[in-house]
Design a protein around this ligand. Structure first.
Ligand SMILES: [Zn+2]
Length: 71
């Protein structure tokens, strides 16, 4: 298990952040890869959560008459 400085530099790779399209270090040093920062990572997860919430709410419309008929 040898990790030299040259290996780290050769493995350095930059990608585009999916959230802000800025430069993001794609390496173990960046815990939020492929995002550039924790803020971008959280923003992307938040977008997914809100989108799924909207879909779920739209798939099950609230119908008071249906619930009252069960009684
Ligand atoms: Zn970003």
């Amino acid at each position: 298990m040898t990790m030299t400085t040259s290996d780290f530099l050769s493995g350095e790779r930059w990608v585009r952040c999916p959230n802000c399209a800025g430069p993001s270090l794609y390496a173990p040093a960046n815990l939020h890869r492929p995002f550039c920062s924790e803020r971008c990572k959280q923003a992307d997860l938040g977008a997914w959560a809100s989108e799924q919430f909207v879909v779920a709410a739209d798939a099950s419309p609230a119908d008071p008459s249906t619930q009252s008929s069960i009684h």
